[in-house]
Design a protein around this ligand. Structure first.
Ligand code: 1HN
Length: 352
């Protein structure tokens, strides 16, 4: 790869004349924005331990009333993007949210897509588009773009969940904004009951629901059972993973980010090829080592880590007796839609 001319090679008065007119020469920066073979990634492999987060989040509960915070969240920020940017990767935002008994986080809606993965505590609920979704550990609840959502808590212990949003992308696109609303009226009907079994969907006389998001809550009990059943059915399969999908269309549950649950068998080592999307791993049950890009994170229950795209990743379940269950969030729907989704079995570029 031949070197291109540098900015310093140009006469200073010429560069100044360009800059005065909002002009910039491309060639000194061309390799920077279009590097050979592999993209430059700001995203660094980063591990956030729940044992570190929990006491600081409970402290936030003492320091800041919900009325002052609206959403009481500690953001899991990737230092590679600088902490101020509040990004886990180019498109992913992660936050741990605390709701205390009796608190209410008021109704709003916004352009970024969100999901919540419940980490601990019982008795909280999220109302999404009039559907009241109970929150239990491991449940995945969608709050897609434009849908009203609010959180409440009738239990007696703190509830914590992981928020995953495409906020960095929406902000970068200059399309991120919100609207406030009043308390929602809860309507009858629950997607997780109507779509209770894969392969059969409700067909009232005139056909499908016509809803873009027919299912908003994915109970952990069902995803877990699906993984155990899949592992049992395919004892030789290394990759025991399910994807959260729209039960009517079969497409990804949301437009931008992809959500999956993955099971590691006892003692299993699973090596995943390098793929273009950045990826987040969060432990729902058990433990796992996540090794990528020269780093190895020992993830305990409720820990979270982020791995940049284009890095082969090895997942290890060191337990000889218990399976490990991970929640996985990635940028794959976005990459597929943009036509840049790439798998590199041999770590070689295979530009689609
Ligand atoms: C949001 O609406 C929630 O509704 C949580 O719980 C975190 C982070 C950025 C923007 C909107 C919520 C958020 C958020």
């Amino acid at each position: 790869m031949n070197d291109l001319g540098r900015l310093e090679d140009l006469p200073a008065d010429y560069v100044a004349a360009l800059r005065e007119r909002n002009l910039v020469p491309l060639w000194p920066s061309l390799r920077g924005v279009l590097p050979p073979h592999i993209p430059t990634r700001q995203t660094r492999p980063t591990h956030w331990a729940y044992a570190d987060i929990k006491p600081l989040l409970l402290k936030a509960g003492e320091l800041t009333p919900i009325e002052k915070a609206e959403r009481r969240v500690l953001v899991l920020a990737n230092p590679g993007h600088t902490l101020e940017k509040m990004q886990a990767s180019a498109a992913l935002y992660l936050g741990m949210q605390l709701l205390l008994p009796g608190e209410w986080a008021p109704s709003h809606r916004h352009t970024p897509n969100a999901v919540r993965m419940v980490v601990e505590g019982e008795g909280a609920w999220t109302t999404v588009d009039g559907e009241r979704c109970p929150m239990s550990r491991g449940d995945l609840i969608l709050t897609p773009t434009g849908l009203w959502h609010e959180h409440g808590h009738d239990g007696d212990q703190p509830v914590v969940w992981l928020d995953v949003l495409d906020l960095p992308l929406m902000y970068y696109l200059e399309v991120s904004y919100h609207l406030n609303g009043s308390r929602q009226e809860v309507k009858p009907g629950r997607g997780d009951r109507a779509y209770a079994r894969a392969g059969v969907v409700p067909t009232p006389v005139f056909g499908r629901s016509g809803k873009r998001y027919p299912m908003l809550r994915y109970p952990w009990a069902d995803a877990r059972a699906a993984l155990l059943s899949l592992a049992d059915d395919q004892p030789d399969a290394a990759h025991v993973q399910v994807t959260y999908t729209n039960p009517e269309s079969g497409e990804d549950a949301e437009n931008v980010l992809g959500f999956h649950a993955l099971m590691l068998r006892p003692g299993q080592t699973l090596t995943l090829p390098a793929r273009s999307p950045a990826c987040v791993y969060h432990v729902i049950e058990g433990g796992a080592q996540v090794a990528a890009a020269g780093q190895c994170f020992p993830l305990k229950e409720a820990d979270t880590c982020c791995i940049p795209g284009y890095e082969s990743t090895t997942l290890i379940n060191a337990s000889a007796s218990a399976p490990a269950f991970l929640f996985v969030a990635d940028e794959s729907p976005l990459h597929r839609k943009l036509g840049v989704y790439e798998v590199r079995p041999d770590n070689q570029p295979v530009m689609p």
